[in-house]
Every structure is written in structure tokens, then in C-alpha cells.
Design a binder for this molecule. Structure first.
Ligand code: DAT
Ligand code: MG
Length: 135
């Protein structure tokens, strides 16, 4: 069944000019880009998006990082988009992410891990609404 995932190349990925290489990986896998926008994330949206981490000691730094420059926000569409996107992205910590995954190939530590992908179809719907004001 066709599904949508919310994917966001974080400010470090945009600054390092990795957009093309990263989008290419989703396309090569067989997923497609249904929508994309370069945008600045407000503190309010960042705090809502990372609300599940509000009590963590790194929360303030995380919000500072995600608001530190433009992100490239996307809707990636296809069969099993959420699971497929997560497997292409790899584990949260790039230091533990295997080579061949986006975080494994382009990141060095968890504080700047290059990219976000929705962790469930329900969260994908919520994140798409939060970032794009649409379904
Ligand atoms: P993921 O992005 O893999 O879904 P998450 O939802 O648990 O991971 O965390 C969201 C982001 O928060 C993650 O991409 C990077 C940051 N983060 C998570 N754990 C961290 C830690 N121990 N130290 C610093 N940043 C962390
Ligand atoms: Mg997450």
C-alpha cells in the first residue's frame, strides 16, 4: 500500500550540500518525492516535533540545532515508505550506523545526525500536518 513518510534533511546536511545525494538514495530505492520545501523551522514547531524528548538534557541543544539554518523537508511516498525510509536512514547515532546507511555514510555523532524520518505511519501524518499544514 502506498504510504507517506515525513523526511527532513537537517541544517548540517543542507549546509554540507548533501540534498541531491540523499534524495537520490530514496529515488534509487524506488520511493518518490511527493513534495519538498526548503524552510526555516520555528522554535515552536521544533519543540512540538521533538516534544517526546522535552525532558532530556540535550533538548535545548536539539532545538537550537534544528533551528540553526534551513532544512529540506519532504514527503517521501511509496510502498512501506516509513519502514523503507528508516532503513535507508539507519540508527539514530551515526557512530553506530552501518556504512551504506545515510547516517552511517554522512554523519559522525548523534548531535548532528543529518536527517530525520518518521518512525511510524501515525507520526508521519502528524509531522506532515505540523510542517506543511496539509495531509
Ligand atoms: P530518531 O531521529 O532516530 O527518530 P529520536 O526520535 O530518538 O531518534 O531522537 C530525535 C533526535 O534527537 C535524534 O535524531 C538526535 C537527537 N538525539 C537523540 N538522542 C540523543 C542523545 N543521546 N544526545 C544528543 N542528541 C540526541
Ligand atoms: Mg524519532
Amino acid at each position: 500500500m502506498t504510504e507517506k513518510a515525513f523526511v527532513m534533511i537537517k541544517p548540517d546536511g543542507v549546509r554540507r550540500a548533501l540534498i541531491g545525494k540523499i534524495v537520490n538514495r530514496f529515488e534509487e530505492k524506488g520511493l518518490s518525492l511527493a513534495w519538498a520545501e526548503m524552510m526555516n523551522v520555528s522554535r515552536e514547531i521544533a519543540e512540538t516535533h521533538y516534544g517526546h524528548l522535552r525532558d532530556k538534557p540535550f533538548f535545548g541543544d536539539l532545538v537550537d540545532y534544528i533551528t540553526s539554518g534551513p532544512v529540506f523537508a519532504m514527503i517521501v511516498e511509496g510502498k512501506g515508505a516509513v519502514k523503507n525510509v528508516r532503513s535507508l536512514i539507519g540508527p539514530t547515532d551515526p557512530a553506530a550506523a552501518p556504512p551504506g546507511t545515510i547516517r552511517g555514510d554522512y554523519g559522525v555523532d548523534v548531535e548532528e545526525n543529518v536527517i530525520h524520518g518518521s518512525d511510524s505511519p501515525d507520526n508521519a501524518v502528524r509531522e506532515i500536518a505540523l510542517f506543511f499544514n496539509r495531509m
